[in-house]
Ligand binder design. Structure first.
Ligand code: ADP
Length: 452
C-alpha cells in the first residue's frame, strides 16, 4: 500500500465544517488552503487557513466546480482535498477526478460513494450482507399504477422516497390507498425539481420509530471499528435538529446487535474511511437499515465527546494510509453528549431560513461545552447556503446532568439581529417527555404547536 504523508490540505467547503477541518489539520501539523465564493469573502474560516482563494461567480457553484478546485490544489501544492459534508462530499466522479490528478480525496473509495449514493442499490447490497432492511421496491419507479400495486402488496402505510435524493426532499408518507395517487405525483415532481430525476421508490413506513445511526471508521487494511451510536430522532420534517450519543433509550440487546451488523457489513464490503449507517428502530425493537452516509457528518462531535477520539483527524490519517491507532476493545465511551443545531430560521414563518446581519453574538462556555461555529457579531449570513450557523455540543457524565447543562448553555446563547431556532431548542430541553427520554421521530412535529 502506497503511503504518502499529507502536508497540505485544500478544504472544499465553507462555514463551520471548514473551520472544523482546519482545526484538525493544524493539530496534525498540516497546512491548509481555504476556498470561498464571492458571497463568502467575510467567512471566518478564511482567516484561520494558511492560504485562501476566491472562486468567482455563482455562490454555490464555487464549491462545486471540481476542475477549478483540483487545479487550485495542484497550483498551491496541496496533496489532499477534504470535502466536508454536502457539496462534493458524496460525488464519486469528484473522488475519481482527484485520484486521476494525483490528489488524495479524504474520504471513501469512489465505488462506495457511488453505491451508497443510490438508496435502492445500497439497501440491496446491505441485505445481501445480512443487514435487515424494510420491504420496498428493488427498482426505481416512475409509473403510478405499478407503484400503487406494489404499495398495496406491502400494505399501507408506505413512504415514497426520491431514488436519488436526500435532505427529506421528495419524501411522502401515504397512510391510505385513496391518497396514493396525489402524493405519488407530488413526490415525483419534487424529485424531478430538486434532483433532476423523478424516479422514486416505495418502502414500508415505520410508525413512531427512533432514528439510530452507527458511526464506523475503517482503515485501508481491513480494520473496522464502530464508535457507538447516535440518536437523531429529534427531527423537524425528517431533518435532524438534535443529536445524542449514546441513545438514552436503546436496549443493550439492540445496541449490541446494531454494532455487530454495522462492523460486519462494512468489513464485508471493504469500506474505508469514516461512515454512518442509519437505522430505524421500531416500537418492538426491530431495526432496519435505511441509508448510509459516506462522509463526515454534521453530528460527529457528539461521538468525539463520548469517545475522546478525534474522528476528523483519524479520517485524514486513514486517507494517507495510516493504520487505525486503536482496537475495538480499546475504545471507551463515557457519559452523554447532545448537539443542538442553531439555525438562522424564523419560527414565525414556519422556520423559513432567515439570512441577515448578526448584531449581537455571545456563545456559551464553561465545563463540558463545545461550540463549532463560523459566525460573529456583524457577520452577514448569506442567503445562498444552509441556515445552520452554529452547533452547540454539551457533555456530562449522565443524562440528567447533560440535559441540565444543555439548558443552561442554551440560556446563555445570544444571537440577535436575525431570528433563530434557539427558543424552540430551549422549549425542548425543558419538556418532560424529552427529559424522560420519551421521543421518536414524530416527537418534534407533534410538540411544535405546543412550544409557542
Ligand atoms: P434523507 O436522505 O432525505 O434525509 P432518509 O432516508 O435518511 O432521508 O430519512 C430521513 C428520515 O425520514 C428518517 O430519519 C425518518 O425520520 C424518516 N423515514 C425515512 N424512511 C422511513 C420509513 N421507512 N418509515 C418511517 N420513517 C422514515
Amino acid at each position: 500500500m502506497r503511503r504518502k504523508k499529507i502536508r497540505k490540505v485544500l478544504i472544499a467547503n465553507r462555514g463551520e465544517i471548514a473551520t472544523r477541518i482546519i482545526r484538525a489539520c493544524k493539530e496534525l501539523g498540516i497546512k491548509t488552503v481555504a476556498i470561498y465564493s464571492e458571497a463568502d469573502s467575510k467567512g471566518l474560516w478564511l482567516k484561520k487557513a494558511d492560504e485562501a482563494y476566491m472562486i468567482p461567480g455563482d455562490p454555490i457553484k464555487a464549491y462545486l466546480n471540481f476542475y477549478k478546485i483540483v487545479d487550485l490544489a495542484k497550483n498551491t501544492g496541496a496533496d489532499a482535498i477534504h470535502p466536508g459534508y454536502g457539496f462534493l462530499a458524496e460525488n464519486a466522479d469528484f473522488a475519481r477526478y482527484c485520484q486521476k490528478r494525483g490528489i488524495i480525496f479524504i474520504g471513501p473509495k469512489p465505488e462506495h460513494i457511488e453505491l451508497f449514493g443510490d438508496k435502492i442499490k445500497s439497501k440491496i447490497a446491505m441485505r445481501e450482507v445480512g443487514v435487515p432492511v424494510l420491504p420496498g421496491t428493488d427498482e426505481p419507479i416512475t409509473d403510478l399504477e405499478e407503484a400503487k400495486k406494489f404499495a398495496k402488496k406491502i400494505g399501507f402505510p408506505v413512504i415514497i422516497k426520491a431514488a436519488y435524493g436526500g435532505g427529506g426532499r421528495g419524501m411522502r408518507i401515504v397512510k391510505k390507498e385513496e391518497d396514493f395517487e396525489e402524493l405519488f405525483k407530488s413526490a415525483t415532481s419534487e424529485a424531478e425539481k430538486f434532483f433532476g430525476n423523478g424516479a422514486v421508490f416505495i418502502e414500508k413506513y415505520v410508525e413512531n420509530p427512533r432514528h439510530i445511526e452507527i458511526q464506523v471508521i475503517a482503515d485501508k487494511y481491513g480494520n473496522v471499528v464502530h464508535l457507538g451510536e447516535r440518536d437523531c430522532s429529534i427531527q423537524r420534517r425528517h431533518q435532524k435538529v438534535i443529536e445524542i450519543a449514546p441513545s438514552p433509550t436503546l436496549s443493550e440487546k439492540v445496541r449490541r446487535e446494531l454494532y455487530r451488523v454495522a462492523v460486519k457489513s462494512m468489513f464485508k464490503l471493504g469500506y474505508e474511511s469514516v461512515g454512518t449507517l442509519e437505522f430505524l428502530v421500531d416500537e418492538n425493537d426491530n431495526f432496519y437499515f435505511i441509508e448510509m452516509n459516506t462522509r463526515i457528518q454534521v453530528e460527529h462531535p457528539v461521538t468525539e465527546m463520548i469517545t475522546g477520539i478525534d474522528i476528523m483527524q483519524r479520517m485524514i490519517e486513514i486517507a494517507e494510509g495510516k493504520k487505525l491507532p486503536f482496537l475495538q476493545e480499546e475504545i471507551q465511551m463515557r457519559g452523554y453528549s447532545i448537539e443542538f443545531r442553531i439555525n438562522a430560521e424564523d419560527p414565525t414563518k414556519n422556520f423559513a431560513p432567515s439570512p441577515g446581519r448578526i448584531t449581537s453574538y455571545h456563545s456559551p462556555g464553561g465545563p463540558g461545552v463545545r461550540i463549532d461555529a463560523a459566525v460573529y457579531k456583524d457577520y452577514i449570513i448569506p442567503p445562498y447556503y444552509d441556515p445552520m450557523i452554529a452547533k452547540l455540543i454539551v457533555w456530562a457524565l449522565n443524562w440528567e446532568q447533560v440535559v441540565n447543562r444543555a439548558q443552561r448553555s442554551l440560556d446563555e446563547f445570544i444571537v440577535r439581529g436575525t431570528p433563530t431556532n434557539l427558543a424552540l431548542l430551549r422549549h425542548i430541553v425543558r419538556d418532560k417527555d424529552f427529559r424522560e427520554g420519551r421521543f421518536t421521530t414524530s416527537y418534534l412535529d407533534e410538540k411544535l404547536p405546543k412550544f409557542k
